[in-house]
Design a protein around this ligand. Structure first.
Ligand code: PLP
Length: 451
C-alpha cells in the first residue's frame, strides 16, 4: 500500500492561509498556531512535535474501538478495490449497506428494525425531522409538524440540526431556529435544581414536555427529541425520575419520541444504545460517531416498525437522501467496527468493568474543594467545577474556568473537553484502568492548579 505524503514543515502556515476550521475563532487560532495531530494508536494521539496525549475524549466522542485498527483499514481497502462507490437510490443497493443495516437492527432488540443512512449525525437530524413530519402527513395529520427539543442540546450544525439543538450562541448565527421548533429545559439539576431534590427536579423538568404539548395543541405536535444523556451540553445525567416521565407523556399524547443516539449509541453507556440504558423505546433514533468509530464518515436514522410501516405502505417516495447514503466503503468499515465491538465484548466491558471503574475514579475527586459533582454512566462522565460546594455556587465566568483547567490537562498530556465549567470524559471503550487513573489524576492536578 502507498503511504501518505510526509507533511511539509510549514504546514501550520499553510493551514493559516487556507483552512477555515469548524467551531474555531480563526483569528485566535492563527495567532496561537494550530496543533497538528499526525498519528494515533490505541487511546493515544501524537502531535507534530512528537508529544503524546491520552485521548480521554475519543476524538469527538467517536473513536469507540480506539485508534490503529488494521482490520478496519483492511475492510475499507478491500471494499474500495471491489466496489468503491455505488448509490442506494432508485432501486439499487450494495452488499455492505444492506448487511450493515441488518447488523445495526440486530442490536436494537428488534425494536428499531430499519435504517436510513446518512453521512453524519447532523444529516441524521435533518433526516428524522423530515421523516417525522412526513409520517404524520401520510397518516392524514397535516397539522402535526411542531417539534419539541431541549435547551442546550446539540443535534448538529445543519440548519435543522442547529435549530433542533438548543444552543443560543448557535441560533444567533444564521437566524435560527427555523419555525416549528420549541425548546424546553434540560434536567441540569446541579445548576438549575434550586432547593428541589434531583428526583423532584427531574419530574418537574419532564413535565415541561406535557405543558408544551398542551400549549401548542396535541394536534400540532409531531415529536420530542432528546439525547439519553445530553452530551455536548455538559454530560447532563438525568435524575432517575426523568425518562420514565418523558416516556409516559410521549405515550399519552402519542407523539413520536426521538432518541439522539449519536453519542450514547454503540456502547458508550454500557448498552448498545442509550435508550436501552434508560429503558424506553424511541420511534426514531439518529446515529453516527461510534457506528464507524470515526474511521469513515457514516450516520443514519434507526426507524421503528411504527414509522417504517407508514413509510413503506402509505408514503410512496420519500424525497430525501444523500449521494453517499450507505456508502459501501464507509459501510464496510462500520461492519468491521461493529464486529470488533461484538467480538471484544466492549459493551459488556463498559457495563461491568471499566464503566464502574471510571465512576469510582471520578468519585475520588468528590472531596476536592472545587468539585461540585462527579457523575458518569458507562464511559460518559462529567466533573462539575464549583466555586462553593456547599451552596452549589459556580464561578462567575464558567467558560473561562473550564478552558483554563482543560488547557492544563492538555499541557499535561491528557485530552479532555470542557463545556462551561463541566469537565467531560468520553474515552475509547478500550481504555485501561491505569489510563483512567492517569486521566483522573491529571484532572485533579488541573483543579489543584486552579485553586
Ligand atoms: N447529535 C449529537 C448528540 C451530537 O453530539 C452530534 C455531534 O457531536 C451530532 C448530533 C452531529 O453529528 P455530526 O457532527 O456527525 O454531524
Amino acid at each position: 500500500m502507498t503511504k501518505t505524503a510526509v507533511a511539509p514543515s510549514n504546514l501550520g502556515a499553510i493551514d493559516a492561509a487556507h483552512h477555515l476550521h469548524p467551531f474555531s475563532d480563526m483569528k485566535k487560532l492563527n495567532d496561537a498556531g494550530t496543533k497538528i495531530i499526525n498519528r494515533a494508536d490505541g487511546v493515544h494521539i501524537w502531535d507534530s512535535n512528537g508529544k503524546q496525549y491520552l485521548d480521554a475524549f475519543a476524538g469527538l466522542w467517536c473513536v469507540n474501538v480506539g485508534y490503529g485498527r488494521q482490520s478496519i483499514a483492511d475492510a475499507a481497502y478491500a471494499q474500495m478495490q471491489e466496489l468503491p462507490y455505488y448509490n442506494t437510490f432508485f432501486g439499487t443497493t450494495t452488499p455492505p449497506a444492506t448487511l450493515l443495516a441488518q447488523k445495526i437492527a440486530g442490536h436494537t432488540r428488534g425494536k428499531l428494525n430499519h435504517v436510513f443512512f446518512t453521512n453524519s449525525g447532523s444529516e441524521a437530524s435533518d433526516t428524522w425531522f423530515r421523516m417525522a413530519r412526513v409520517y404524520w402527513k401520510a397518516l392524514g395529520h397535516e397539522t402535526k409538524t411542531q417539534v419539541i427539543a431541549r435547551k442546550n442540546a446539540y443535534h448538529g450544525s445543519t440548519v435543522a440540526g442547529a435549530s433542533l439543538g438548543g444552543m443560543k450562541w448557535m441560533h444567533e448565527q444564521g437566524n435560527l431556529p427555523i419555525p416549528g421548533i420549541h425548546h424546553i429545559n434540560q434536567p441540569y439539576w446541579y445548576a438549575e435544581g434550586g432547593d428541589l431534590s434531583p428526583e423532584e427536579f427531574g419530574l418537574k423538568v419532564a413535565k415541561e414536555l406535557e405543558d408544551k404539548i398542551l400549549e401548542l395543541g396535541e394536534e400540532n405536535v409531531a415529536a420530542f427529541v432528546a439525547e439519553p444523556i445530553q452530551g455536548a451540553g455538559g454530560v447532563i445525567v438525568p435524575p432517575s425520575t426523568y425518562w420514565p416521565e418523558i416516556k409516559r407523556i410521549a405515550a399519552k399524547y402519542k407523539i413520536l419520541l426521538v432518541a439522539d443516539e449519536v453519542i450514547c449509541g454503540f456502547g458508550r453507556l454500557g448498552t448498545w444504545f442509550g435508550h436501552q440504558y434508560y429503558d424506553f423505546e424511541p420511534d426514531l433514533a439518529p446515529i453516527a460517531k461510534g457506528l464507524s468509530s470515526g474511521y469513515l464518515p457514516i450516520g443514519g436514522v434507526l426507524v421503528s416498525e411504527r414509522v417504517a410501516k407508514v413509510m413503506i405502505e402509505e408514503l410512496g417516495d420519500f424525497y430525501h437522501g444523500y449521494t453517499y447514503s450507505g456508502h459501501p466503503v464507509a459501510a464496510a468499515a462500520a461492519i468491521e467496527n461493529l464486529r470488533i465491538i461484538e467480538e471484544e465484548g466492549l459493551v459488556e466491558r463498559v457495563r461491568d468493568d471499566i464503566g464502574p471503574y471510571l465512576a469510582q475514579a471520578l468519585q475520588s475527586l468528590a472531596d476536592h474543594d472545587l468539585v461540585g459533582e462527579a457523575v458518569s454512566v458507562g464511559l460518559m462522565g462529567a466533573v462539575q467545577i464549583a466555586a462553593d460546594k456547599a451552596t452549589r455556587r459556580r464561578f462567575a465566568k464558567p467558560d473561562e474556568v473550564g478552558t483554563l483547567v482543560r488547557n492544563q490537562c492538555v499541557d499535561n498530556g491528557v485530552i479532555l473537553r470542557a463545556t462551561g465549567d463541566r469537565m467531560l470524559f468520553s474515552p475509547p471503550l478500550i481504555i485501561s484502568r491505569s489510563e483512567v487513573d492517569q486521566a483522573v489524576d491529571t484532572l485533579r492536578k488541573g483543579l489543584d492548579w486552579l485553586k
